[in-house]
Design a protein. Structure first.
Length: 553
């Protein structure tokens, strides 16, 4: 496998090409002066809960109801469909305009997902005297991209306690109080951003999923919360490095009990938002869940049409993998719209806020994992590594190979149904679409057959020559499995990200993605769209690329 030693890679061009993975905790924080959950009066909480603006909403909204997929409970309104939801007026002002200073305002949710009607504890630290919370549901909404569903009254601000770093795992913890419990009455399942607006004008996001209670007959969009947290440097540590960019001083377990760095939702906006926007624009029957939800419920994917893993979905627990594998075996289609999926094996633990809010991943330090030698199936090494190797290719079809790379996507199977309507020919290329990480179909690892290599893109990574591949295989259980094999796939859908992606590329990626989503929404894809095995024609080589010593892991 190519790449820096131990996979200690910076965030690089993963968010608009210029984000570095810094931004640790600085300075001494003031004592918390604002209203906490314990100090907020019942009247204030009630005011926040009932703060709707019915006069500004169309009649169709107040009469609308239900939940996506007939799923979450708590709704007392009429029928809901994705198409009807997205005909509602959006709010063009949902985006952050001013981040402000570091720690000027920031927050996190006490739950990564809730069902419609459940309240959501929100932990906020604010340097100003007050702030507001506005909730937006992401979607198409006639091109605006989001709809405002709720806003709080002004809430008293105040800085909360400085974080602490605990134990041999270098885990950043906060000891904050919730300042408001956000209602989700009649919020349809979906991807939401809570925008925090301080009196000073500083803004941050808090992402949350309103999950579907049932996924039957739906395309399931997964929010990759575990991977978001793995790369979160808030407090000075993530699963890649600690202070001074030191790999040895990294966290071995990271907690959801802290804000995300940057805007608060960088990974969602880069790797997930465009799929939400496209799928909702297409009017497909959708369901929404998180990585934690799949791990917690072995029946969550029962009857689903497909599960869609978005642009960066690196960190998986054994339970999540087992549940997704069982779903595939039962005919649930899988679409991996990125690269480097299911590369790290993780374990979930509890924090003082709740269960499944601690993500454990020792990676190359796995002999120090407390599970080592007692339950090796739970040891948090990479999936392909000791002490219990189980490479990801047996499920996703490809194997992660390297970072960083920038290469053209080269079509190798132009007659595939995946490319219908694109007009592509063999050897046609799309500049810069392969990056910043890539996958390959590698016969040295377990493969599902038949498998069709859709693209075979020459590239050079850290001085070694190889190929980046997208692929499609069909399974005996009836499922079709598509893997884009490049982390830039979701970024390219609307051409709204950099990396030199433009021209014909966004239209090509949108068309292919639309073909996959429509076919997968129609149920098990193997019968209608069997993979045409071409592994012998592509001449994939087995094993890792050979490069300069020190460039290979």
């Amino acid at each position: 496998m190519l790449g820096p030693v131990h996979g200690d890679r910076p965030y690089g061009d993963r968010t608009h090409g210029d984000r570095t993975h810094g931004g640790g905790q600085k300075g001494t924080r003031r004592a918390f002066l604002g209203a906490t959950a314990a100090a907020i009066t019942g009247a204030a909480v009630a005011a926040a809960t009932r703060f709707w603006e019915p006069a500004s909403q169309p009649a169709s909204q107040t009469q609308r109801g239900g939940t996506a997929g007939g799923g979450a409970g708590g709704s007392r309104r009429g029928a809901y469909t994705t198409a009807a939801e997205n005909k509602l007026p959006g709010d063009a002002h949902w985006k952050i305009r001013h981040r402000g200073r570091e720690h000027e305002i920031e927050g996190y949710a006490g739950k990564s997902s809730v069902l419609t009607g459940e309240t959501l504890p929100l932990f906020v630290s604010c340097a100003s005297k007050g702030f507001r919370v506005t909730a937006f549901r992401l979607g198409w909404y006639q091109g605006t991209g989001a709809r405002k569903v709720w806003q709080s009254p002004r809430i008293r601000g105040g800085a909360q306690k400085s974080p602490s770093v605990t134990g041999p795992t270098n885990t950043v913890h906060t000891d904050w109080d919730p300042v408001v419990h956000v209602p989700t009455d009649d919020w349809p399942p979906g991807a939401y951003l809570l925008r925090l607006d301080s009196d000073s004008g500083a803004q941050r996001y808090v992402p949350v999923t309103v999950r579907s209670a049932s996924t039957a007959g739906r395309i399931v969009l997964k929010s990759c919360v575990a991977t978001w947290q793995a790369y979160n440097m808030w407090g000075g540590y993530d699963l890649y490095k600690g202070p001074g960019q030191d790999y040895a001083g990294r966290s071995l377990a990271v907690s959801l009990d802290r804000p995300y760095d940057g805007t608060g939702a960088d990974m969602f906006l880069t790797y997930e938002r465009n799929i939400v926007k496209l799928a909702e624009h297409m009017g497909l029957p959708l369901a929404y869940v998180t990585s934690m939800d799949i791990a917690a419920d072995p029946h969550l994917l029962d009857g689903a049409s497909a599960l869609v893993s978005l642009g960066h979905d690196e960190y998986w627990t054994p339970a999540e993998r087992a549940h997704v594998t069982a779903a595939r075996n039962a005919g649930v289609n899988l679409a991996f719209l990125g690269a480097n999926a299911m590369f790290r094996r993780t374990r979930l633990g509890a924090t003082q806020v709740g269960s499944n809010r601690l993500i454990v991943c020792y990676k190359t330090s796995y002999p120090s994992d407390p599970m080592y030698g007692s339950d090796n199936a739970q040891v948090t090494s990479d999936w392909r590594d000791q002490p219990n190797p189980d490479p990801e290719s047996s499920l996703i079809g490809t194997i992660y190979e390297g970072y960083p790379v920038d290469a053209a996507y080269v079509v190798s199977s132009p007659d595939s149904w995946v490319f219908a309507g694109t007009g592509v020919s063999a050897g046609q290329s799309f500049p810069h679409l392969v990056g910043v990480e890539y996958d390959r179909v590698n016969p040295a690892y377990p493969l599902q057959r038949p498998i069709e290599v859709l693209s075979h893109s020459p590239l050079t990574c850290n001085g070694a020559s190889s190929y980046g591949d997208s692929a499609y295989y069909t399974h005996a259980g009836g499922a079709g499995v598509f893997n884009a094999g490049t982390m830039r796939w979701v970024e390219a859908i609307y051409g709204d990200q950099p990396h030199g992606i433009g021209g014909r590329t966004p239209t090509f990626v949108r068309t292919v993605t639309g073909n996959v989503l429509r076919a997968f929404a129609d149920g098990p894809a193997a019968a209608k769209h069997p993979a045409r095995d071409n592994l012998h024609k592509v001449h994939e080589y087995a094993g890792d690329p050979v490069g300069s010593p020190g460039n290979l892991q």
